[in-house]
Design a protein around this ligand. Structure first.
Ligand code: R5P
Length: 286
């Protein structure tokens, strides 16, 4: 059985179709004071899969605590969490004294409740494996990067995939594979909206540049990277991300910076979604 919430019915339908799991909705009631009550379908099978993509994560984490503990009370022995986007992975160390290391804390919260966690392109930077952040029985980190590479390989001629920072190297290389050119910039962040980027020593003049990253949030990283690439003579700049966490105004900012097209996967619902990951996740579940 695949448990899902009303706001993810579309992705749940795709995942159910690809995996053969039976989709059932968890009913959510919000009390006037804002607290939540969840009602799970009963009976539940001994192995139950929960779908929750963790963009806008704070309330969803409370939902997952309620849901997982209720499912255990109803006799579920093996709980799998499918979180196409896994939140709180970027704060992976205390950059200043007193900062909470969210990756460790949220990872442990999920690991204590789920036997298996499946996600797509988690932001793993200073660690190499998802189980270091989510120490559960089985943690599965899938990558949409090959799907992104295949999307552009089929539609463009000799593009150059460009990653905005050292973290993006893993995704850019996986997207490029052996057939596409790729390079990586260096980035320093001084605030939520302030990034300083330096281009790598490769010729961009006349090239079709595709910026590739795991996440776009404010869009500031893509905007700065596009500005530099165009100033260096790139003929066209597009962008591709796995998780489009962008707000409503970001599209206009990306267009104003000269980015012709933004492509994303459907891990987070967004107008730029072009690449479905339900098949990728279903393969892992099987
Ligand atoms: C950070 O290293 C991530 O990979 C992204 O580059 C970053 O989160 C993008 O954020 P923004 O769109 O706000 O610049």
């Amino acid at each position: 059985m695949l448990l899902h919430f009303d706001d993810e019915a579309k992705f749940a339908g795709s995942l159910a179709q690809a995996s053969g799991l039976e989709p059932r909705q968890v009913h959510r009631h919000r009390f006037p004071d804002g607290e939540l009550k969840l009602t799970l379908p009963v009976p539940l099978p001994s192995h139950t899969v929960v779908l929750r993509s963790l963009h806008h994560p704070n309330e969803k984490l409370v939902e997952l605590v309620l849901l997982a503990d209720a499912a255990r009370a109803l006799g579920v022995l093996h709980l799998t969490l499918v979180a196409p986007y896994l939140a709180y992975m970027r704060q992976d160390k205390a950059f200043h004294p007193g900062e909470a290391v969210s990756q460790t804390i949220i990872g442990r919260l999920l690991a204590e409740r789920f036997d298996t966690v499946v996600t797509v392109d988690p932001h793993l930077h200073r660690i190499s494996a998802l189980e270091q952040a989510v120490p559960t029985r089985r943690s599965v980190a899938l990558s949409a990067a090959p799907l992104i590479g295949a999307h552009f390989a089929a539609r463009t001629t000799r593009p150059l995939l460009l990653g905005p920072d050292s973290e993006s190297e893993q995704w850019v290389k996986a997207a490029a594979g052996a057939q596409l050119d790729c390079a990586v910039c260096s980035k320093q962040r001084s605030g939520d909206h302030d990034v300083h980027i330096e281009l790598p020593a490769v010729a961009l003049r006349g090239r079709h540049v595709i910026l590739v990253d795991d996440v776009a949030s404010t869009g500031g990283t893509l905007v700065e990277c596009a500005r530099l690439a165009l100033a260096a003579g790139a003929e066209r700049v597009d962008a591709a991300v796995t998780h489009a966490l962008l707000d409503a105004d970001a599209g206009a900012r990306l267009t104003a910076a000269g980015i012709r097209e933004l492509v994303s996967t459907d891990t987070v619902p967004h107008a730029s979604n072009r690449i479905g990951v339900a098949g990728l996740i279903a393969g892992a579940l099987k």
